[in-house]
Design a protein around this ligand. Structure first.
Ligand SMILES: [Zn+2]
Length: 112
């Protein structure tokens, strides 16, 4: 069936315009119900909360490709979240480096 507009289709048999909801062509009687299209595979990553949870709790900036593929964000939203996640990841790395340095210093003082 060729979509004519949102509400009408062309009958594949007689090319008459028929309502999209019609199961049978009123002109030639052909059945119009095509085999059900496969349900749109809803990607888990299209859920913005799944992506945000993944980025902030698991992958950090490494998960940016997931963000880019997700349909749950606008292009601007992706850039904003991408920048935030990158800063967040850098801050975490800095914090971890500081913690290691601090632990190292503490050990040196303790055993000096
Ligand atoms: Zn027809």
């Amino acid at each position: 069936m060729e979509p004519v507009n949102a509400a009408q289709f062309l009958c594949p048999h007689c090319s008459a315009e028929v309502a999209a909801a019609a199961e049978v062509c009123p002109h030639c009687g052909a059945r119009l119900t095509s085999p059900a299209p496969p349900p749109e595979k809803r990607d888990l990553l299209d859920n913005r909360w799944v992506v945000l949870g993944l980025l902030f709790l698991a992958t950090g900036a490494l998960g940016l490709p997931f963000l880019w593929r997700s349909k749950g964000f606008t292009p601007v939203g992706k850039v904003v979240v991408g920048v935030i996640v990158t800063i967040y990841t850098a801050a975490l790395i800095a914090l971890a480096a500081w913690a290691v340095w601090w632990a190292w210093r503490s050990m040196q003082e303790a055993f000096a």
